[in-house]
Write a protein that binds this ligand. Structure first.
Ligand code: FES
Length: 97
């Protein structure tokens, strides 16, 4: 899970660990931030036009195309990538409950 908050210094990111800040133009596609800046590569670039779904993430639990979603629109929103689901699947303590 990744939470975004906009600040005067850019976009702060809270991926269930200490917040990090990134300095990107608000028009940068979310997919670019995830893959190039954060190394979260589960979402892929396919068509870039909201047709294939390779870039799908959840924003506040709603399926969203990250290839066209601009990072400047994510203030206060929660972004969930497939990496979060993978981490939950590997959590043996969680699966025993
Ligand atoms: S890359 Fe195809 S829908 Fe985003």
């Amino acid at each position: 899970m990744t939470m975004w908050q906009r600040s005067s210094h850019g976009h702060q990111v809270h991926p269930q660990r200490p917040p990090i800040s990134v300095d990107l133009d608000g028009a940068t596609p979310l997919l670019t931030l995830l893959r190039s800046e954060l190394g979260l590569t589960a979402a892929k670039y396919g068509c870039g036009t909201e047709k294939c779904g390779a870039c799908m993430v959840l924003i506040d639990d709603e399926p969203t195309y990250s290839c066209t979603r601009e990072v400047g629109t994510l203030a206060g929103r929660t972004v969930t990538t497939l990496e979060a689901w993978d981490a939950m699947a590997r959590c043996t303590r969680c699966s025993r409950r």
